[in-house]
Ligand binder design. Structure first.
Ligand code: IVH
Length: 701
């Protein structure tokens, strides 16, 4: 047992280390140590604090979830009112804003800062002598709600400021937006859907709902993040401009959005607005516009404010995300696992340039909760990359002719009874040979992530199933050119192409094979993890629950899905049938032997068309050399590979200072396979030449 003095010293040093890693992770997006090492430090701190409870302090990183549920929130008065912004919906209003600003500050040209406007919940954090003492919502701008206990659970919010040059400001009131990333919202909604819980309509609702939770342990489970962008009162901190603020906050450990721009005149701010609008869907979070602010604080003072909004800033809003249309009908689709999914059939409506004519309704409970009736006028929305959703019915527009919807008690495809287990939200067709299930499974089998068989689409699958030629995936490999050619709109040549494509697809990888089987809960990434861990198909089939759970990122639901799947005779027959038909899931070991680690630790994003390979092939090649491929650009991206007609990912990369490489350079990267010396002329990350990897070595130096 350590003495109290020794423990105290170790605790202080651990806290310092943990705080430093928190900042590297949450502020700079650049962790120095793996999560496991962080966990080890954290566990050590918890153990020491448990042994020496007298040494626990409220600003210890261990104290994020300490408070008990409260009965309500206290009202607190903001030191300086939290203002709101006036909105601009077109360029003309922005020009008018600029004219007014210039006349107020008596200048021909004004420097602005333009920042993404995040759609979350604005809060104020109060630090006294470096310690977080209070956190409040904006409320009505004068009074907010004290949500300190909840804000303490947000990992990006430091409980103690990092000293700069040994000192922290004696008072810092800093404002920012608590938000959630779109992908995190989708993931959370998927889980909630499975549990039959109400879904969050958008990131804002999730952020607001989480911060206004009475029980902080619930807030702690929500994927909340924060970007700060404004000050209240301060003491011991001299800051004169917005860009200085955005540079200084991170040094204190406070996250800011690095995607801002200093703009010389309103034209540059308008250009930023337009660029951001174009890359809006590529951002990891929902932005509903751009905030344009005067850069200089003293000029802001000259511009002043009217009632609740400053005259020195404006919100340039993006066009609406929502539209209004009629819910014509509710169709029911039967999926691969027999799940019946109600789908809204809508009168087509354009939202943000995309025509929406259907939206998933998830399940029956979701329809009940939203009280949707066929014939209703409904509000629909597109949020980020999320599939269109029905937000709500406009109840006041009902005429009385609307009809309620009930899930069919028989499968709409095969007529078998449907069941719904009490604890599940989904209703299922019980017939394992339901043609709808067979067709969906076959489509999944031949899909890009599966065996990737070119030329087989839904129409052809419909025919071969309806004609009784195919009931299981292995049947596909046994059809002759003549049998394929006998289908509608098929010539001998196309039939031959299909047989060739199937022949080629037989030689596949273990991860594709596992994905193609359509095991419940096992998607592309789990398939890769399983293939990496077990190397051979036999290993996956033989694995028990513990062995499956030992694979990183494989959780209980996935493990059970796998066990159930291989526990079924029908599924084992499918696997045997596929192997007998000549499908060889190339054991992962061969691949591992040939696989180089030349790109290990590097993340690539691909955009535009490449002339010598498809994007999927490019991604495969990156992975073969140990690299990772992400779908959107973030500060974790090391390189963006830019083909012909690139999307906005290329401009985002430029905006974030991430190097881009063209196809020729990319080919050279792939060919060099670890041989040192050749160079790639991407812009270096940070101030070092080349890219630092996790192990500290440098690539492309
Ligand atoms: S500045 C007085 N910057 O927009 C100006 N606000 O409609 C203080 N918001 O209440 C706000 N992102 O919740 C500012 N980069 C950003 C912002 C931002 C989102 C929100 C904030 C504010 C609302 C104003």
């Amino acid at each position: 047992m350590t003495t109290s003095r020794e423990a105290s010293r170790e605790i202080e040093s651990l806290r310092g280390e943990i705080r430093r890693h928190n900042v590297l992770y949450h502020v700079y997006d650049a962790p120095e140590i793996p999560d496991s090492e962080y966990d080890r430090l954290f566990q050590r701190l918890l153990a020491l604090e448990a042994a020496h409870p007298e040494l626990v302090t409220p600003d210890s990183p261990s104290q994020r979830v300490g408070a008990a549920p409260s009965a309500g929130f206290e009202s607190v008065e903001h030191g300086v009112p939290m203002l709101s912004l006036s909105n601009a919906f077109d360029v003309e209003s922005l020009l008018a804003f600029d004219r007014r600003v210039r006349s107020l500050v008596e200048s021909d040209r004004v420097l602005y800062v333009a920042e993404p406007k995040l759609d979350g919940l604005s809060v104020e954090l109060v630090y006294e002598d470096g310690a977080l003492v209070r956190g409040a919502t904006r409320g009505d701008g004068i009074h907010g709600e004290d949500v300190t206990a909840n804000l303490r659970t947000v990992r990006g919010i430091p409980l103690r400021l990092q000293p700069v040059g040994g000192a922290v400001p004696s008072l810092l009131e800093v404002r920012g937006e608590v938000y959630v990333e779109t992908a995190a919202l989708e993931k959370l909604n998927e889980e909630r859907l499975r549990l039959g819980l109400e879904l969050f309509a958008n990131p804002r609702n999730l952020a607001a709902g989480s911060l206004r939770q009475l029980d902080p342990t619930v807030t702690a489970t929500r994927p909340l993040r924060i970007f700060c962008y404004d000050l209240g009162r301060t003491q011991g901190l001299e800051i004169k401009t917005q860009s200085e603020l955005l540079d200084r906050l991170p040094t204190l450990g406070i996250p800011v959005n690095s995607l801002y721009q200093r703009c010389d005149g309103i034209e540059e701010a308008i250009a930023f607005y337009e660029r951001l609008r174009e890359m809006r869907d590529e951002l990891p979070y929902e932005a509903d516009g751009v905030v344009i602010k005067i850069e200089s604080f003293s000029l802001r003072h000259r511009a002043g404010q009217i009632s609740r909004s400053p005259r020195w800033a404006i919100a340039a809003k993006f066009p609406a995300e929502q539209g209004i249309t009629i819910l014509r009908d509710i169709a029911v689709q039967v999926g691969r696992t027999g799940t019946l999914t109600p789908v809204a059939v809508l009168d087509p409506v354009r939202v943000r340039g995309v025509e929406i004519s259907s939206a998933t309704l998830h399940n029956e409970d979701e329809i009940r909760r939203k009280d949707l009736r066929i014939g209703d006028t409904v509000v629909v929305q597109r949020a980020g990359d999320v599939i269109p959703q029905i937000v709500a019915a406009m109840v006041d527009r009902r005429t009385g002719s609307e009809r309620e919807f009930a899930m069919p008690i028989r499968c709409p495809v095969c007529g078998s009874p449907t069941v719904r287990h009490e604890e599940q939200a989904a209703q299922r067709c019980v017939n394992v040979s339901c043609p709808a299930r067979i067709k969906q499974s076959l489509l999944h089998f031949v899909s890009k992530g599966g065996l990737d068989v070119e030329g087989i689409g839904p129409k052809l699958i419909d025919q071969v199933v309806d004609n009784g030629l195919v009931t299981r995936a292995d049947d596909l490999f046994r059809l002759s050119v003549g049998q394929w050619a006998a289908q509608e709109r098929m010539g001998t040549k196309s039939a031959q192409n299909i047989v060739d494509a199937l022949e080629k697809a037989k030689k596949t990888t273990l991860d594709r094979f596992l994905f193609a089987l359509g095991i419940p809960e096992v998607g592309a990434s789990s398939s890769r993890l399983l293939a990496g861990a077990f190397q051979f198909l036999d290993g996956v089939i033989a694995a028990d629950r513990d062995a499956l759970l030992a694979v990183p990122d494989i959780g209980p639901a996935t493990a059970d899905g796998i066990l159930d799947f291989f526990g079924s005779d029908a599924n084992r027959q499918l696997v045997d049938g596929l192997l007998a038909a000549g499908v060889t899931p190339g054991n992962a070991e061969d691949k591992a032997l040939h696989r180089s680690e030349a790109l290990a630790g590097l993340t690539f994003v691909l955009t535009g068309t490449l002339s010598t390979m498809s994007r999927d092939e490019a991604a495969e090649k990156i992975r073969e050399q140990g690299g990772a491929v992400a779908s959107s650009v973030s500060r974790k991206t090391n390189f963006v590979v830019v083909g012909e007609n690139p999307g906005s990912k290329a401009s985002k990369a430029t905006g974030l200072g991430i190097p881009t490489i063209d196809e020729a350079e990319f080919s050279r990267v792939l060919e060099r396979e670890g041989s040192a010396g050749s160079s790639v002329s991407g812009r270096p990350v940070g101030n070092q030449q080349g890219v630092r990897r996790d192990d500290g070595s440098t690539l492309f130096a």
